[in-house]
Write a protein that binds this ligand. Structure first.
Ligand SMILES: CC(C)(COP(=O)(O)OP(=O)(O)OC[C@H]1O[C@@H](n2cnc3c(N)ncnc32)[C@H](O)[C@@H]1OP(=O)(O)O)[C@@H](O)C(=O)NCCC(=O)NCCS
Length: 183
């Protein structure tokens, strides 16, 4: 049983097989995946497969609204292992997130990001958390600013493998020191 994180309005908990219909409902919307670099889900079986593979890692959480029967409406996660395309040092992680369209602009992702950052530094002992957004994704940029991330570097040729595209991606970072300084 994985970790459960809690904020005023949200429960962040691991994804379960039975969440597949909710995941499909929000992740089939083409306003979500392509902005984050993945394809809209095409059917509920695909969503279930994503839960069993990509979401089965330790630090991936379903964003559930309190008082809404615990339905997951988005996802947030820390990737702890880098790749040649996206290198990470020891004790570094990359943050990713999205939330279903009906829930945009209510501060939910900012609230979730702040809690996951706290968890990353306090509980996991991370030294840096990186987070990217594709050029033009001003909502995501704003979330990162509100949570204390600072602009780090722009990758003019970021490969978005799943979409077969190359995009301009801006990377932000929050260090352990910055985090404890602004607390
Ligand atoms: C980006 C995303 C996660 C934001 O989630 P959210 O819960 O709506 O975010 P919040 O409500 O916490 O904050 C959004 C901020 O963006 C601002 N914003 C909204 N639309 C905007 C726009 N067109 N231009 C600039 N800022 C905008 C909001 O006003 C708010 O900032 P404020 O609190 O200073 O007013 C959500 O829109 C999403 O899932 N998008 C699709 C997937 C995606 O892009 N994921 C991130 C990949 S890097």
């Amino acid at each position: 049983m994985g970790m459960i994180l809690e904020t005023d309005r949200l429960i962040l908990r691991g994804w379960r097989d039975e969440d597949a219909p909710s995941l499909f409902k929000y992740a089939s919307d083409d306003r979500i995946g392509p902005a984050a670099g993945w394809l809209p889900h095409r059917d509920v079986n695909y969503s279930r497969a994503v839960i069993r593979t990509i979401f089965a890692r330790d630090e991936v959480y379903a964003i559930c609204l309190k008082g809404q029967g615990g339905e997951p409406v988005g996802s947030i996660g820390l990737t702890l292992e880098g790749s040649p395309e996206r290198p990470l040092g020891d004790n570094e992680a990359e943050l990713g997130y999205w939330i279903g369209y009906p829930y945009w602009n209510r501060g939910f992702v900012t609230e979730a990001v702040k809690e996951v950052i706290r968890h990353g530094f306090d509980d996991l002992g991370l030294t840096r958390i990186l987070c990217g957004y594709f050029d033009g994704n001003l909502r995501s940029k704003r979330v990162q600013e509100k949570c204390g991330f600072k602009y780090m570097i722009t990758n003019e040729k970021s490969k978005v493998t799943m979409l077969g595209e190359v995009r301009v991606e801006h990377m932000s970072v929050i260090t352990r020191k910055d985090y404890y300084d602004i607390l």
